[in-house]
Design a protein around this ligand. Sequence first.
Ligand SMILES: Nc1ccn([C@@H]2O[C@H](COP(=O)(O)OP(=O)(O)OP(=O)(O)O)[C@@H](O)[C@H]2O)c(=O)n1
Ligand SMILES: C[C@](O)(CO)[C@H](O)COP(=O)(O)O
Length: 225
Amino acid sequence: MSQAPNAALIVAAGRGTRFGGEIPKQYVPLRGICAFRRSVERFLGMEAIHLVQPVIHADDRALFAEAMAGLDDPRLLPAVTGGATRSDSVRKGLQAMADDPPDCVLVHDAARPLVTERIIGDVLKALERSKAAFAALPVVDALWRVEDGMASEPVSRTGLWRAQTPQGFHFGPLLQAHLANTGDAADDVEIARAAGMSVRVVEGSTENFKITTPQDLARAERLLE
Ligand SMILES: Nc1ccn([C@@H]2O[C@H](COP(=O)(O)OP(=O)(O)OP(=O)(O)O)[C@@H](O)[C@H]2O)c(=O)n1
Ligand SMILES: C[C@](O)(CO)[C@H](O)COP(=O)(O)O
């Protein structure tokens, strides 16, 4: 049993190109506290989380220091530098923890600041009986394939879910899956499934959305009013 059974790996090395703006979206103030800090504090607020490993872009050291100013929780590890893709960033974060690995690791987007303790707790609970578990929501809208701006054919939504984070795994199998991965996967569930891992779904929340565009930031601000 690890001295730190559960770790959160919070990825924040993206450039936020779809968001635009002067600084990467994870550092943009959100009712005064950026999404990154909010995400980190959510996990640090849970006794069941024993370590938090941030992963940042090499150019963001000063932004990171500013975002985490005053946060002196010993569970917050020094940030490691991510990579060109989200998968690279996760792998680098995992490798940074590999010398003294946790039993379980929850990978979370810094850009999902409204994650709740309930979702985190449900993923942790699912890991007591499953090798992996992730937050997701069933698709509730009609789905259409669109070509040249025109509806071409409907896509059945039966059995389709929209992945969120955290995505939780037993540490060793996830690290091995990432080391065996050669492409850029959309998420860690894709990498785990490619390695043959079974992954349980946990109910996420419509409020646990990812800040991708400026409209998402405005929505998050309204929810925090
Ligand atoms: N090379 C990357 C790319 C993304 N991320 C992180 O993965 C999460 C989800 O990625 P996304 O929303 O796509 O963020 P960006 O890649 O920054 O956005 P964009 O695609 O618009 O540039 C974010 O917290 C982002 O910082 C990362 O750590 N390393
Ligand atoms: C990991 C993720 O948030 C699950 O929905 C999503 O795949 C991230 O995608 P992005 O293109 O890196 O935003």
